[in-house]
Write a protein that binds this ligand. Structure first.
Ligand code: AMP
Length: 399
């Protein structure tokens, strides 16, 4: 029976998963999939390592990450693979705070510390932790590793992470953390293989998906990022506002909005969806639309990406390369084209033909800085961290 690692990325309405051989996570995943529409109409989709669709059907069991979903998924995976032995689980956990600068094997003390961080990521952390709790209850001996979106950013200079607020608030954890760290770490490692000289230099990585942020990476280390205290900061996203003058919130509070309505506004009704007047949060729909509001949303997105690339270049004292990743970054040649044109003054010169490809270098030979597309793989990063944190998984540990 093949020993495997289960990777879990549990969110409020979807649970993404992948199954990797427990050795050699450089190999392809055995399965990847997700249960989407949790709490509404759950749907189960699974692909094999080559990307072929194996399952595309309603998910009939009830429950969410806290109530039975993960054990039911394991049963299903075991049947799907005709018998696999899951020997460890790696979880995406959004917030590791200042304590967790690297992946950690979960025990009761770690779980208590992670629960303390729930107020810093109320929309994500509870679901991440619920999946760990659920597995601990049904598979008590199964080693579980928490991999953090914040960890890659640990070690920023104080100026990068400090808000201009009274010191006591900073000391209480109100400071910038940065997110999408697993994606940035994967891309950074991939860049070492693809362009080792550039990997030692100053790179802005643009993770442009339904959540979007930029990260300044110098010699493989995160220097700064557009996301801060929460995953709301920085670029406008699918439905999230991105950076906002805090005075806007004070004004809305004065007009009678409360915490819950503001949270809904900022996380679910803003960004591309809000600016387009409700047309869509999906970049594909906006690019296909001929409505002026859709064009305005795309213009704003591109404008902010260009502006923030320059801001991060300033943080590093220059930039040697820009890397595009995630849904929009990997798939939209048009957005890359517009962003690179906006950065022409920095010296970026796009190779139009290369830009039509989905990975590799997309600028001319002479372009300084260069620009690249590197598809991200957060699940692979989690699988790799899980094996590393457990020192190589040797045996089947749960009944
Ligand atoms: P992610 O969150 O990384 O899965 O990215 C999801 C987003 O990528 C979607 O909301 C789309 O807006 C965007 N996307 C995917 N494919 C394309 C494409 N071909 N052109 C433009 N945007 C795309």
């Amino acid at each position: 029976m093949e020993a495997t690692i289960l990777v879990v990325n549990a969110g409020s309405s979807s649970l993404k998963f992948a199954v990797w051989p427990d050795r050699g996570t450089h190999n392809a995943a055995i399965l990847r999939g997700q249960i989407s529409g949790i709490g509404r109409v759950p749907w189960f989709r699974v692909r094999n390592g080559d990307g072929d669709l194996l399952v595309d059907e309603a998910w009939v069991q009830s429950g969410d990450a806290a109530h039975g979903l993960v054990p039911a998924l394991i049963d299903r995976i075991e049947r799907q693979t005709g018998g696999t032995a899951i020997v460890a689980a790696g979880h995406r956990v959004v917030h590791g705070g200042t304590r967790f600068a690297s992946p950690v094997v979960v025990d009761e003390t770690v779980m208590r510390d992670l629960e303390d961080l729930v107020p810093l990521a109320p929309l994500h952390q509870p679901h991440n932790l619920a999946a760990i709790h659920a597995l601990a209850a049904t598979h008590p001996g199964l080693p579980q590793v928490a991999c953090f979106d914040t960890a890659f950013h640990n070690g920023h200079a104080d100026v990068a992470d400090r808000f201009a607020l009274p010191r006591a608030l900073h000391d209480a954890g109100i400071r910038r953390y940065g997110f999408h760290g697993l994606s940035y770490e994967y891309v950074t490692r991939a860049l070492v293989r693809l362009a080792p000289d550039l990997a030692r230099g100053r790179v802005v990585i643009a993770h442009l998906g339904s959540g979007a942020s930029l990260c300044a990476v110098h010699n493989g280390k995160s220097i700064d990022s557009t996301m801060g205290f929460t995953a709301l900061d920085g670029l406008p996203m699918g439905t999230r506002s991105g950076a906002l003058d805090a005075g806007v919130l004070l004004h809305l509070l004065e007009l009678g909005q409360d915490h819950d309505s503001l949270e809904h506004l900022l996380y679910h009704e803003s960004g591309m969806l809000g600016v387009s007047g409700g047309i869509s949060n999906d970049m594909r729909d906006l690019l296909a639309s001929n409505q002026p509001e859709a064009a305005q949303a795309v213009d704003l997105f591109v404008y902010r990406v260009v502006r923030e690339i320059a801001s991060l270049a300033a943080a590093m004292g220059g930039v040697d390369g820009v890397v595009f990743t995630a849904g929009i970054g990997e798939s939209s040649a048009l957005i890359r084209d517009r962003v690179c044109r906006g950065c022409a003054w920095l010296g970026i010169e796009l190779d139009a033909e290369a830009n039509l490809r989905r990975d590799g270098r997309i600028t001319t030979r002479g372009s300084r800085p260069s620009a690249w597309v590197i598809p991200t793989d957060e699940e692979q990063m989690i699988a790799q961290h899980t094996v590393e944190a457990l020192g190589g998984v040797k045996e089947i540990c749960y009944a």
